[in-house]
Design a protein around this ligand. Structure first.
Ligand code: KMH
Ligand code: ZN
Length: 277
């Protein structure tokens, strides 16, 4: 078993997600230019992966390849951060809509490996849906991040990884109502279902976020995720002014616990993105 601090920690920024609004926090980016600015600032603070959703100008979730292309062209004009598109989208999107982002030429994509009631709404990803995302990623030689909201999703990600799917990272998502709780026991159990060679990271939403990310870093996580998608606060009752601030806080957390954050090259290595330098 490798030491808990043997590897650097990748920081992923999730700048806007699909659900959070400007009414909740005015810093939430909607347009391609706003998303690109938030991502560029996050990259300056050390984020090396951007988990991307896109929005229409009124803030509603978008899914067209054009909307993703617009955002990624603006992002790529200023930074080489890994553009990791969400095929989770929003709960009401069809799988065809969720797959449109792959037409935009991302560096990486997410894949859901099961269903849940996402904060009360059915968020359905059938086995066939997962297989379609995997096939589309294989066709484009894209690394995948499995978005695991519950223990069964981790087991399924492990099974798919072992059968050769290009899953390079398992993102253990804690604290979404309807999914795995943000508790040390839940995290330990999820880690226990992973094959030892599969890198893993943690996303935690809500008030237990800092504690769970700290625990992840101490348990040897390969990655942690922060951003306005997951938490609109930068402290108790204090709205986050930007994604930059959230990434800076995450970096401080990692370093204060005796680890360092990953460079872009190290992130490419982790994801097995050969030749992408
Ligand atoms: N917006 C959620 C329904 C993902 O990006 O893969 C799904 C989500 C997860 O945000
Ligand atoms: Zn997302």
């Amino acid at each position: 078993m490798r030491a808990w601090n043997a590897t650097p920690v990748v920081i992923t920024v999730a700048p806007c997600g699909a659900e959070v609004t400007r009414e909740q926090n005015p810093a939430v980016p909607y347009t391609a230019a706003e998303i690109a600015r938030e991502v560029a600032e996050a990259a300056e603070e050390g984020a090396t992966i951007a988990h991307l959703h896109v929005r229409n100008s009124d803030g509603s979730p978008a899914h067209s390849a054009t909307a993703f292309t617009d955002a990624m062209s603006e992002i790529r004009a200023t930074t080489r951060i890994v553009c990791n598109v969400s095929t989770g989208g929003a709960v009401w999107m069809t799988i065809d809509e969720r797959l449109e982002c792959l037409e935009a030429g991302p560096d990486m994509a997410g894949v859901e490996t099961g269903s849940l009631n996402f904060a009360g709404d059915p968020f359905v990803t059938s086995g066939e849906d997962t297989a379609r995302v995997i096939a589309a990623a294989e066709e484009r030689t894209l690394p995948l991040e499995a978005e695991c909201f519950d223990l069964g999703h981790v087991a399924e990600a492990a099974r798919l990884h072992s059968s050769g799917a290009p899953i390079r990272l398992a993102n253990l998502v804690l604290g979404v109502p309807g999914g795995a709780p943000a508790t040390p026991a839940a995290l330990q159990t999820m880690i226990g279902e992973l094959p030892s060679e599969l890198p893993w990271g943690v996303t935690a939403v809500g008030r237990h976020q800092q504690r769970m990310l700290a625990l992840a870093v101490l348990l040897g996580a390969d990655a942690i995720r922060v951003g306005l998608e997951d938490n609109i606060y930068a402290g108790k009752g204090r709205l986050a002014p930007s994604n930059r601030q959230l990434v800076a806080n995450a970096r401080r957390l990692v370093e204060s616990l005796g680890r360092r954050i990953a460079t872009l090259d190290e992130t490419h290595d982790l994801l097995d993105m050969k030749g992408d330098r």
